[in-house]
Design a binder for this molecule. Sequence first.
Ligand code: SF4
Ligand code: SF4
Length: 329
Amino acid sequence: MSDVYFTKKLDIEGVLDKIFFGDVSGQRVGIKVHFGEKGCTTFVPAKHIKRICDYVEKRGGTPVLLETNVLYRGERTRASTHIKLAKEHGFDFAKIDILDGEDGVLEEAYPVGLAHYTEAYIGGSLKKYDKLIVASHFKGHILTGFAGCIKNTGMGLATRKGKLRIHASRPPLIRPLKCNKCGLCVKSCQGDAITLGFIPRIDKTKCQSCSRCIALCSKRAIITPFWSASFKTASERIVEYAYAVQKQHELIYLNFAINITRNCDCMGRAQKPIMKDVGLFGSKDLLTVDLAAWERVKDSGHEFRSKNTVRYAKKVRLGEGKYKLIDLD
Ligand code: SF4
Ligand code: SF4
């Protein structure tokens, strides 16, 4: 049985006192966050993440804020604009490392060995960090029902290639009416998979699902076929990515169940919270920190869809699955 610490008053330091790694003198401590898409207002506020950074520094470590680039076109597609947006959202108090680099291609293959994957494509500089804190916003998600630490670890640390392979079971598609046949994607495609004849198309026998073309098409003519992977498949793939990371790193987990919205922080618009704030959950156990937050949120009035993620996370033993909730207030 795992311990999960809870505080309605957001006693971040109190939770960290219970789950922190100990002395981290001279170590680099990566903090996986989500800076919020442009227009999003309900991501975990920078002031809370700063308290985590201050705590790490008091224990002798160097905190670095970690993220990866997103699959779709936008401010968070490239490291430079991603960092600029992060600073606009108040994350200007610590170094930021976009783990897959400016173009989203810096990656490391982590072994998995489960039903969906033999390897997972993780942001290339993650191995530089001695310890990891996954600081997540607990809320709803179109694909997985809810999103907390499993999603932030699995999808959140994946490169764009990894994200494409989680989201879709077939290569990207070109929307002919959006394409102006500029040829940029053809030049960058290492699989020689794109042709711009009368109807531009991607040859699925040649495409390596690297996702580069999606990121570089300024006309947003190349899209991810989200419908090609079921909710169940995509949820299980995220669990496998989280599993791969967990096997290679020492992590602790925080779920901020505040500003709880129906959809995730990748939505480029302000969303209204659907319920009152619940509080902060912290644990060394990935599955149970999500389970505890999910159950407490349900008790407080909203039941997010969860069975695909939770059932598979239990199956691959992402955590204990049973927990003792310890209230720190
Ligand atoms: S980059 Fe976009 S607009 Fe240019 S040829 Fe490729 S799909 Fe068409
Ligand atoms: S995903 Fe990669 S390999 Fe496939 S068409 Fe696009 S650039 Fe080429």
